[in-house]
Design a protein around this ligand. Sequence first.
Ligand SMILES: CC(C)(COP(=O)(O)OP(=O)(O)OC[C@H]1O[C@@H](n2cnc3c(N)ncnc32)[C@H](O)[C@@H]1OP(=O)(O)O)[C@@H](O)C(=O)NCCC(=O)NCCS
Length: 184
Amino acid sequence: MTETNTKNKAQVSIRTLAIDDIAPIFHLGEQLFASNLYPTLYRTWDQWEVTGAFNTDPDFCLVATIDQHFAGFLLGTLIEKNENIYGYIRWLGVSPDFHRMGIAKQLVDRFIERIIVEGADTVLMDTDPANEAAINFFQKTGFANPCEHVFLSLDLTKHDYYGKLLKYEQNRTAQLTEKSQRRP
Ligand SMILES: CC(C)(COP(=O)(O)OP(=O)(O)OC[C@H]1O[C@@H](n2cnc3c(N)ncnc32)[C@H](O)[C@@H]1OP(=O)(O)O)[C@@H](O)C(=O)NCCC(=O)NCCS
């Protein structure tokens, strides 16, 4: 029996996010949304993404376990705008140990079932254009009509005015810190 077959026979369960899932989700995200692979995802991923989702959208945040081991997560939300209700998949991640076992598909299926109950008729997702695995996955799942979204950045240290302002604030903070450390 191959490893894949063994894995495919494992028991996958999907459940709502619980407080103990916050740390494993954050750490898996750190591993998956790496700066060298997807800089935009890396910059926006932090622990507040997980705790925020847990606090504001508990019903749309899911965890996959495989034989009781944490295997992946989906952090989603519902957007209500005028007459329209959308589901939005903010983050999706599956542990590399469990890739290509249909776990992401199960997470997305359960999420869609939940948003349909709330009246949504469209699901949105976005990712880094270099993220071939995710793009293939979502296209296979039926997502279509990709449209480009451009991320720009401004290096404040190299800007004439903001560079000076930044330096001024850094000096001020350093002086305040030094002063407070000198206090008995
Ligand atoms: C994208 C990701 C969530 C897919 O998870 P997964 O559980 O391995 O996906 P599934 O097993 O449900 O895949 C279903 C189908 O999607 C496609 N797919 C999934 N991963 C793929 C990959 N690496 N390359 C090409 N196609 C892929 C395949 O068609 C696959 O079916 P198949 O295995 O029968 O060929 C996972 O690779 C991941 O966590 N990536 C890093 C995090 C990320 O990019 N998240 C999305 C943006 S927030």
